[in-house]
Write a protein that binds this ligand. Structure first.
Ligand code: FHN
Length: 435
């Protein structure tokens, strides 16, 4: 009996301590005010870049698959992006209407785009010898774009990380995950104290060596360095399957649906990450998304109350492809007219669909019309809501009626101003954000 009791005490102690180490002290979590500011930005640039662009294959994932490991790991010796200009990249983001920029400081291939003291596998040992991360941080400050950093918790190049190839299964017995984490913390301390990122975008949390308690410890460590740094939900161990929502026990400040528009969620912050082409890193002749896809993705993301982190893959010489720049400029031109219906708005109250999405701010409900084919768009009734007036944003009045059940009928003009997304403003008898 005594042995059984001892065993029960040991087990409960183990589980209690384990539970404690996988949770984060609520008092250090990012404040609502900081997260609200992040969600008001709505639109950011993601950049996946590294020596692999010399091959035009996928960053990290092509190491040991499309490109032999030996070749891949020596690409940095040829990497000399002499046409890289941080101001040009940041101005491209700004002209696209993007409010923040996230650079892959270190992706799964382990190559570091800043002069870290904790790994020789970094940009200063390439022919280029300049601090890419630092240059971008400076340019973001100059052009008032929020600077953010992507960092992976898996590193197939580092001998202390147990797995050395994409989808590798057998942990290397010569590896040492605790030394790996110590190096990671030193590198993150460099990044946070030298470049002061607005947000840290973690990735790579799905492989077996990464434990939830490592993520809890890392979140706590980072918050001691900067209590206001925003951290995504890929710092704790993945719960399997798609990148998780922000449910109980998930460590991080916002959810990260990938290559798809997240679901309408008025409670927990989320940000969709998506490629403007198909590959994250640059690939010759990759499929570029149409302007309709780009604008409607942004509108539906905002309509779902989320942000869009839209990815470009710069080329090996340091330039972003002109066709990607042109597409982003077209998005910026749309936002120059309709940005009021995106930035600083809330999503909902309707679930985005193929006909329309809605965003809202104060007493205004913005109806994003994606398909002007039908003469009318009918919005289901909203309790206690009356429409006082309706008009095209920056345009003429819209005929409308409200049925006895409260549903709203918008009579679309024969020609809408924008085939991809024309925005109708409904001025309501109440604060639209409280519906
Ligand atoms: O493996 C990475 C991938 O290369 C890319 O960085 C995306 C961006 O969200 N994240 C991982 C796949 O989920």
């Amino acid at each position: 009996m005594k042995q059984l009791f001892t065993l029960l005490v040991l087990l409960s102690t183990f589980y209690q301590s384990n539970a404690q180490t996988t949770a984060v002290n609520p008092s250090i979590k990012t404040s609502k005010a900081v997260l609200d500011d992040f969600m008001d930005q709505r639109f950011g640039m993601f950049i996946h870049w590294g020596p692999v662009t010399l091959r035009g294959t996928e960053i990290g994932w092509s190491r040991g698959t499309n490109v032999p490991v030996q070749d891949y790991d020596n690409l940095y010796k040829e990497f000399n992006p002499v046409l890289f200009n941080a101001d040009t990249w940041v101005k491209t983001a700004k002209e696209a209407g993007m409010k923040y920029l996230t650079i892959t400081s270190k992706h799964h291939d382990g190559f570091c785009l800043w002069p870290t003291k904790f790994s020789d596998y970094n940009i200063m040992n390439s022919p280029y010898k300049k601090d890419i991360v630092g240059e971008l941080a400076k340019a973001c400050k100059k052009y008032n774009v929020k600077f953010c950093v992507y960092f992976t918790v898996l590193d197939w190049h580092d001998p202390n990380y147990p797995i050395h190839l994409p989808d590798g299964k057998n942990a290397d017995p010569k590896s040492d995950i605790h030394k790996f984490i110590a190096t990671m913390k030193s590198q993150l301390q460099e990044i946070v104290t030298q470049y002061h990122p607005y947000m840290l975008w973690f990735d790579g949390n799905w492989e077996s060596p990464w434990k939830n308690e490592y993520g809890a410890d890392l979140y706590t460590f980072l918050k001691k360095l900067d209590p206001n740094v925003i951290i995504n939900n890929r710092i704790g161990a993945s719960q399997g399957g798609e990148h998780p929502k922000l449910t109980e026990g998930i460590i991080g400040d916002f959810a990260t649906p990938e290559q798809k528009i997240g679901e309408l969620n008025m409670k927990n912050p989320w940000e969709t990450c998506m490629t403007i082409c198909q590959q994250w890193a640059w690939k010759p002749n990759d499929n570029l998304k149409t302007l309709k896809e780009c604008i409607q993705t942004l509108a539906k993301t905002s309509g779902g109350n989320g942000n869009l982190l839209f990815n470009v893959g710069p080329m090996a010489d340091g330039r972003i492809e002109q066709r990607q720049i042109n597409r982003l400029k077209e998005m910026g031109d749309w936002l120059a007219i309709y940005g009021e219906s995106i930035y600083g708005t809330k999503g909902g109250p309707y679930k985005p669909n193929e006909i329309f999405a809605t965003t809202r701010k104060n007493n205004k409900l913005y109806v994003h019309i994606f398909d002007g084919k039908s003469a009318d768009v009918i919005l289901p009734a909203l309790e206690g809501v009356k429409v006082n007036q309706a008009y095209l944003l920056k345009g003429s009045k819209i005929n409308y009626s409200q049925n006895t059940d409260g549903s709203i009928v918008l009579r679309l003009p024969e020609h809408l101003p924008n085939a991809d997304d024309s925005v109708i403003v409904l001025e309501l008898n109440t604060n639209a954000e409280r519906i």
